[in-house]
Design a protein around this ligand. Structure first.
Ligand code: ADP
Length: 588
């Protein structure tokens, strides 16, 4: 029930998204399909009339050429319309459905730019990707071919049944009894095969995931000697795919013979009963012939009706998944006129009694307060899972705080336009955010419309110009996250150059824990130090050197700040930080 209501809701959504001219065209197409199918359902009766006229002529010897010729022309005309419109309908349906898919794809893309961080935390990338690609295609295909077919088949079946009843209701009863039986049988087979098709698709998805996982984790698999296990896993999934494929093909092979068989049963009944009626003069030769014609015509729409219905179901399920994505909650829209645009930010940051949790029932930060004065370097330190990244996430307003205030230069962060707020920060994280593009694109991303000179200047300042110039196409070399031509340290330097070019007032740095060679590390340290000059900086710090040189250390445990102060102050305090420092435990 709930499922049906959901499907109805989806149909309504699709109907409301096919707008303007397309909606009128779709309505027109339905009318055209209706007319075409009605023409087809009239044709057998008309051909029966021609047969009767010919039989009468043979009996009387009076051949009514005009009548017969005019009926033949009319018959040809009915067939022309009946079958001829298919091409036009298909073309228009492709246009309408692809336009809808294009519109929904754009909407999905826009949605992905505006979803909350919570969405990204809870939705696997693969699933979202498959909604935007596979489900979208499945939905538009189903709308494109099946929707018009289904409507056409339904109209044709109803039209043929009406014409049968009008021609001879007793003979029509044969079809009214035998055909539903056949329809139910094929529907049963189609239902079972569809279940198998779904399993088949699922298994194919699993196989794909396994291959891509093995590919991207090639080294990991080798290092831990998991080749056998992975191969075994693949073999069992591959076998499942083989089994479901063979079974589904075997069963679907029955659909056509089954409907032909049922049609033939109806045909035999028709011949016997119709023959007797013909001999008893209860039926004309033309009516008898018309029924044979009806029987031939009704068989194929009936056998494809059940598969069309199933295809529609698949399309609607896909559409449901697409709309689920489109309906995802967005970050609340901001009203630019009510928001403050801070000018000449000095870089004072204050957290005042901030409370926060990622999950509604799990509070992480209970009461976080501190102030960073303009130009100060703040090292955020604490064991893994202490909430260091969370502090940065809140500062950038990736997540909204539950209570308390975050102030930048005394202005509450939630009263500033998010884009303005974020533009005052420069971020360099451990995972360096290299995207697929040229080196120049990757650096220039930090500032809209950055010129080549500015990009080179930023690279020089970070001292990454020398390695960039050695790349095959210099600044125009294409790089990406997976590109192994760049070392982790080099990627980090590019990310720093990007932050430099944006000239932020406040810096957020996540010190890399991964090994970089000493020369690159020295370059990174120099670049970071130079960048931090005159800027308020928050560093998720792991290296003792950075921590000791920071103006203030924010020492966090279990989401809250336990101690704040300089290295010397905290050591003198002999608290948690001092204990951790003296024990030589890792700082993060
Ligand atoms: P740190 O950076 O100090 O290692 P984090 O700030 O990443 O710690 O995490 C603090 C706590 O919040 C951890 O217990 C972590 O499991 C949890 N956490 C982090 N990110 C999320 C998230 N997106 N959704 C739910 N919990 C999260």
């Amino acid at each position: 029930m709930a499922k049906n209501t959901k499907k109805k809701g989806v149909i309504r959504r699709i109907a409301s998204d096919v707008t303007g001219r397309d909606r009128a065209v779709f309505a027109g197409l339905i009318v055209i399909i209706g007319i075409a199918k009605l023409c087809l359902s009239i044709a057998p009766r008309l051909s029966g009339r021609i047969t009767d006229a010919l039989a009468a002529s043979a009996e009387t010897g009076d051949f009514d050429t005009g009548y017969i010729a005019s009926r033949c022309v009319l018959l040809a005309f009915l067939f022309l319309i009946g079958y001829g419109v298919d091409g036009v309908v298909n073309r228009s349906m492709v246009r309408i459905s692809q336009k809808l898919a294009k519109k929904l794809r754009n909407r999905a893309q826009q949605k992905l730019n505006h979803v909350t961080m919570g969405f990204l935390d809870t939705h696997p990338v693969g699933d979202t990707l498959s909604r935007v690609t596979n489900d979208m295609v499945s939905m538009s295909n189903s709308l494109e071919s099946t929707a018009s077919n289904l409507i056409g088949q339904l109209i044709l079946v109803v039209g043929l049944i009406i014409m049968m009843l009008v021609t001879n209701y007793k003979l029509a009863l044969i079809y009214l009894i035998v055909l539903p039986l056949g329809f139910s049988l094929t529907a049963l087979v189609v239902k079972t095969t569809n279940k198998l098709f779904r399993q088949q698709n699922q298994t194919m998805g699993d196989l794909n995931a396994l291959v891509s996982d093995s590919y991207s984790n090639h080294m990991l698999i080798k290092a831990y000697g998991c080749e056998e296990e992975k191969t075994g896993d693949f073999k069992s999934k591959n076998k499942r795919f083989y089994d479901t494929y063979v079974k589904s093909r075997f069963l679907s092979g029955f659909v056509i013979p089954l409907s032909v068989m049922v049609n033939n049963v109806a045909y035999v009944c028709l011949c016997i009963i119709g023959g007797i009626m013909l001999l008893n003069k209860k039926l004309t030769l033309g009516e008898f012939q018309a029924f044979i014609f009806f029987g031939n015509m009704i068989g194929s729409p009936l056998s494809s009706l059940s598969s069309s219905m199933n295809n529609i179901q698949t399309g609607l399920t896909a559409a449901e998944r697409v709309y689920e994505l489109i309906d995802e909650e967005e970050e609340p829209a901001e009203n630019p006129s009510q928001k403050i645009v801070p000018e000449n930010v000095k870089g004072e940051v204050t957290f005042s009694h901030v409370k926060f949790g990622y999950l509604a029932d799990k509070q992480l930060m209970n009461d976080v307060s501190f102030t960073a004065s303009p130009g100060q370097t703040m090292a955020i330190v604490g064991p893994s899972g202490a909430g260091k990244t969370t502090l940065i996430n809140l500062l950038m307003r990736f997540y909204e705080i539950w209570d308390g205030k975050i102030l930048v230069d005394g202005i509450p962060a939630d009263e500033v336009l998010k884009s303005e707020l974020r533009s005052t920060f420069g971020m360099v994280l451990q995972d360096t955010w290299i995207f697929d593009g040229t080196v120049a694109d990757n650096i220039g991303y930090g500032k809209k419309g950055a010129t080549r000179e500015e990009i080179i200047k930023a690279a020089r300042m970070v001292q990454c110009d020398s390695f960039i110039e050695k790349l095959p196409d210099g600044y125009d070399t294409r790089i990406s996250e997976e590109n192994s031509a760049l070392s982790a340290g080099e990627k980090q330097l590019i990310a720093i150059a990007r932050a430099v070019i944006s000239d932020p007032k406040i810096l957020i740095l996540d010190e890399a824990t991964s090994q970089v060679d000493t020369k690159t590390e020295a370059l990174i340290t120099q670049a970071m130090e130079r960048m931090m000059e005159g800027r308020t900086s928050f560093i998720i710090a792991h290296r003792l050197y950075t921590i000791r040189n920071a103006d203030k250390i924010i020492f966090m445990v279990d989401g809250d700040i336990k101690e704040v102060g300089s290295h010397e102050e905290l050591l003198a305090k002999r608290g948690l930080y001092a204990a951790m420092y003296n024990s030589g435990t890792s700082m993060g």
